[in-house]
Design a protein around this ligand. Structure first.
Ligand SMILES: CC(C)(COP(=O)(O)OP(=O)(O)OC[C@H]1O[C@@H](n2cnc3c(N)ncnc32)[C@H](O)[C@@H]1OP(=O)(O)O)[C@@H](O)C(=O)NCCC(=O)NCCS
Length: 208
């Protein structure tokens, strides 16, 4: 019997645009199916806070769908959220080239030997484990979509540094190191940051 090969691709949708096109109720019902048992913070954010954050323009969420070319099948496979923050980066963790690049983007504090920069933060990133949808995308594909989005924004406004923060877990750190992110510090959790394991987050950056 002849096997038919169906081409698939990923489609991204800005959460704000989705609300505009489909309305808040339909959007909420799509998000309600999202499941992330390995990281409840990722699940709770998309279900309870992403819409509010998008509306307040605090942080913008992008949903990633897997779709067949004939558009007959579409599945929510993950999401990422981007915002912009001011951070400090210790000179010691940077190579000569990285320091040179960062110098043109931020302020250098001679006394503390650190850079103060405004930079895009990939604030959330996770696959949707509901119904086995996590098998339709790899973590590196999802991260690449987030990185590509940041780079697209930076092509318009400048900058080449981006960062993210994650729990101090070997599997997560290995994942980001494999994707060329580098350690640059630890940040103590704010009091309102609940649902995260430990009392600090590891900060990782990438520069292009
Ligand atoms: C991080 C992520 C995108 C990587 O995707 P991936 O490279 O395709 O990897 P997998 O989903 O196959 O996970 C690899 C392993 O890491 C583990 N893992 C993933 N997220 C984890 C987490 N937050 N805490 C502990 N372990 C985690 C998985 O259970 C799996 O373990 P196994 O090898 O024993 O089966 C994906 O695992 C994910 O969505 N995780 C949940 C959300 C999350 O934690 N995001 C990071 C926020 S900083």
């Amino acid at each position: 019997m002849e096997q038919k090969f169906i081409r698939t691709h990923f489609v991204e949708m800005n959460l704000g645009d989705m609300i505009e096109q489909l309305g808040e109720d339909v959007t909420k019902s799509i998000l309600s199916s999202f499941s992330c048992p390995v990281n409840r913070d990722i699940e709770n954010f998309i279900k309870e806070r992403a819409i509010e954050f998008s509306k307040r323009t605090t942080a913008k969420t992008h949903l990633v769908f897997w779709q067949t070319e004939d558009e007959k099948e579409i599945e929510l496979v993950g999401y990422y959220t981007i915002t912009s923050k001011v951070i400090t980066v210790d000179r010691k963790v940077l190579s000569k080239t990285e320091a040179k690049r960062l110098r043109s983007q931020g302020i250098y504090d001679e006394e503390k030997q650190e850079y103060i920069v405004s930079a895009p933060l990939i604030a959330q990133l996770g696959k949707n484990y509901a119904g086995g949808n996590d098998t339709l995308i790899s973590g590196s594909e999802l991260l690449q979509l987030a990185v590509d989005k940041v780079r697209k924004i930076q092509r318009e406004i400048g900058g080449r540094f981006m960062y993210l923060e994650c729990e101090d877990k070997e599997k997560l750190l290995d994942f980001y190191y494999r994707s060329n992110f580098k350690f640059f510090g630890k940040r103590k959790l704010d009091r309102d940051e609940t649902g995260i394991e430990g009392d600090y987050l590891i900060q990782l950056f990438a520069m292009f």
